[in-house]
Design a protein around this ligand. Structure first.
Ligand code: SF4
Length: 396
């Protein structure tokens, strides 16, 4: 059987975005390939070393949910990266085969740095920009209040929405102007040495198991390319130890968070796969919707609304009906949210039940990880023996 390797950082229990992109895919792959799925805890530390305190509990919690959605330890190997020390050894050896400038060119690294620079700028400039934005909004409302959609401007709700939208666009404009000056900001102190080497560790994760395939979305292709470059370099300098891994390209749906940004725990906009139904309902009821649809009979734009995106994912049979009713102003957002929450609760119910069942025999999870770690370690050590031999490393 061809081998597949994939991992997730232990950021906590998976959210529905993780389910729809990684986990559903893993569940299919485990029937066709020799799959190795791992908890990427060292990768987690590259950006969150201060959050290490509850990591063991978080790892168990996450693996319980993997199993709850159908990742089956009878069909695949589940392990924890940091338990297999051979990854670290190979990472170190690989780090001699790649230049710093190559790593600095990695698009993910560039994006991360750009984000950090912007954050830094935001911290410094936020107050000033907000003051400017507030003053401008007040002035704008004064100026247009008399003539511009006068009737609607009298309504408090409409004014509030207008204010928020104006403020958002002004802030965005101001920050993007400041972002344009980002080259002038030094960033070395913001990024860890570990983060720069992230793709090298990833290359070690993949190559140590001689994986044939790695499931990736288009944006992760550069990382896999780097792993292939390292493998080629190693094979040409020493001996052909590593097969070149191929991508298993998957098109993942964009899953919006409750605020319509990409779903991410760090944004506080995530809905967990095994979310308590009451919490799920509360989160959905507080969701962002089409800002132009204030009353039930206002025509809406479902394609701009994350509630509609959830209907498409969890309430597929009603998609067309909801789209039409929203567009024609025949559907209210409150009812629409209640319906989608109900559909989501039903869709996710089997996962919640399975989670409770797994939790009732918690010892089993430790055994699963122990077994997975053992299998992973054996294979990793076999590869490392070949690597040490090929490199003529010292051995007693
Ligand atoms: S009716 Fe539904 S789809 Fe339309 S804007 Fe409101 S919440 Fe979104």
């Amino acid at each position: 059987m061809k081998r597949v390797l994939s991992g997730l950082r232990p950021t906590g229990r998976p959210h529905i975005g993780n389910l729809l992109d990684a986990l559903n895919n893993w569940r299919n792959l485990q029937d066709k390939y020799d799959c190795f799925f791992f908890v990427a805890d060292w990768h987690f530390l590259t950006t969150a070393v201060e959050d290490i305190k509850n990591l063991p509990e978080t790892i168990v919690d996450m693996v319980v949910d993997w199993m709850a959605v159908g990742i089956d330890p009878e069909k695949c190997t589940i392990f924890v990266q940091s338990n297999i020390k051979q990854h670290a050894e190979l990472h170190l050896l690989f780090s001699m085969l790649i230049s710093v400038s190559r790593l600095l060119r990695n698009p993910t690294f560039k994006e991360h740095v750009a984000e950090l620079k912007l954050k830094e700028l935001r911290k410094e400039k936020k107050k000033t920009v907000e003051r400017i934005a507030d003053a401008t909004i007040e002035r704008f409302l004064e100026l247009v209040g008399e003539g511009f959609e006068k009737e609607k401007l009298k309504e408090k709700e409409y004014r509030e929405i207008l204010k928020v939208r104006l403020k958002e666009s002004l802030l965005e404009g101001a920050f993007s102007i400041m972002g344009a000056e980002e080259e002038e900001i030094s960033y070395g102190h913001l990024v860890s040495y570990g983060y720069l080497g992230y793709p090298v560790l990833q290359a070690a994760d993949i190559l140590i198991y001689k994986a044939d395939y790695v499931p990736v979305g288009g944006d992760q292709l550069p990382h896999l390319e780097l792993a292939r470059e390292i493998a080629k370099r190693f094979n040409s300098i020493f001996s052909p130890v590593f097969p070149l891994p191929e991508p298993l390209l998957t098109s993942f749906p964009r899953v919006p968070g409750t605020d319509n940004r990409k779903m991410s725990k760090s944004y506080g906009n995530a809905i967990l796969v095994t979310e308590d139904p009451n919490v799920l309902l509360e989160k959905v009821m507080g969701m962002y919707t089409d800002p132009e649809k204030i009353r039930k009979n206002d025509p809406g734009h479902p394609q701009r609304c994350p509630v509609f995106a959830y209907h498409q994912m969890f309430n597929k049979s009603k998609e067309m009906e909801i789209k039409e009713e929203c567009t024609l102003g025949k559907r209210g957002c409150v009812q629409c949210k209640k319906e989608v929450a109900k559909a989501m609760i039903e869709y996710l119910a089997p996962y919640r039940e399975k989670r409770n069942q797994i939790l009732s025999e918690k010892k089993k999870i430790t055994e699963v990880l122990k077994e997975g770690n053992k299998r992973a370690k054996e294979i990793a050590e076999r590869t490392m023996e070949e690597v040490r031999e090929a490199m003529s490393m010292w051995r007693d």
